[in-house]
Design a binder for this molecule. Structure first.
Ligand code: SAM
Length: 295
């Protein structure tokens, strides 16, 4: 074949929604029909054989488990919000990470889920309803227009920023790039990537300006340096001027940021060839909250 598609068989991961079901009960229920074990890194993640189809499974339908990949399930734990905190999910729909935050906070505190796209608000609300969370407020707003100095955000301690990205780390998009017609569109791709990167930088810089924020996670499902390391490198001086430092999410994870600036080993990458999908996670912290707690 002209265009070779890497043959990676990644396991099927499911995240247990601990708002509705404990991990051991989920393990027991699934083990009646499937080979299933706990993930070694994430306590609320279960691992099943590649290709296991659970779309119509009752536990999925009633929101007790979520079909969520491993990398995506690492983002909320990297932020590690404490029960009782106020947390802002800046780009929230469809809401997988929003409801994961709520689960980690064990119903205590407040999650603000901000989403610009009106059409995607419906999906976000459905995810929230399915999760059983009761402390999530949905905000149909441009994150860049939120006033960090407004009283309603004065207690926000953590921000999860998972902005629009090229999606180049996800399987469908990688196959897309192998199509001949796409190769001809490289200029178009560069223009699109530049636009995305400008938004990603702006959004991250906006996050630094919230007065009480101690922790910020930036994540993408892209493998492009321009949306990942370059964004971080560009905002670092501003981060430092606000007292933020890069810290290391999941220090035991082997695959780190591309070595393009000093400190980029603190960034986390997943590799499509190893992990089945390409994700990127950066974690900023300040106020002595400078360790990746709970990881
Ligand atoms: N975190 C989500 C999850 O895990 O389910 C996925 C988020 S998706 C990568 C990015 C989202 O950001 C999209 O729904 C998009 O509509 C939204 N978005 C884009 N620009 C935005 C802005 N300026 N303010 C708020 N949301 C925005």
């Amino acid at each position: 074949a002209l265009y070779e598609v890497p043959d990676i068989s990644v396991p099927r991961y499911v995240r247990v929604n601990t708002l509705k079901l404990d991990v051991d009960s989920a393990l027991l229920a699934l083990s009646k029909k499937y080979t299933v074990k706990k993930d070694e890194l994430l306590p609320d993640l279960l691992v099943l054989p590649s290709g296991t189809d659970l779309h119509d499974h009752p536990l999925v339908k009633n929101g007790r488990i979520f079909l969520q990949g491993k990398a995506s399930s690492m983002v909320a734990p990297a932020l590690a919000p404490e029960p009782g905190w106020e947390v802002l999910d800046a780009c929230a729909a469809p809401g997988n990470k929003t409801v994961h935050l709520a689960a980690l906070m064990r119903r205590k505190g407040r999650v603000i889920a901000c989403e610009l796209n009106k059409a995607r608000i419906k999906r976000l609300k459905e995810t929230i309803t399915l999760s059983g969370a009761s402390n999530i407020e949905v905000l149909n707003e441009d994150f860049l227009n939120i006033n960090p100095k407004a009283p309603s955000y004065s207690k926000v301690r953590a921000i999860l920023l998972d902005p629009s990205c090229s999606g180049s780390g996800t399987a469908s998009s990688r196959l897309d790039h192998l199509l001949p017609s796409k190769a001809a569109g490289q200029d178009f791709d560069m223009e699109r990537l530049n636009k995305l990167a400008i938004f990603q930088r702006k959004a991250l810089q906006h996050a630094f300006s919230f007065p009480a924020v101690e922790r910020i996670v930036y994540s993408t499902c892209s493998i492009n340096q321009i949306e990942n390391e370059d964004v971080i490198m560009c905002v670092l001086p501003m981060a430092e001027s606000y007292g933020f430092q890069l810290v290391t999410p999941f220090p035991q994870w082997q695959r780190r940021g591309l070595p393009v600036f000093e400190g980029s080993e603190q960034l986390l990458r997943t590799d499509p060839a190893v992990d089945g999908e390409g994700f990127f996670i950066a974690l900023f912290a300040r106020n002595g909250a400078n360790s990746a707690r709970m990881n």
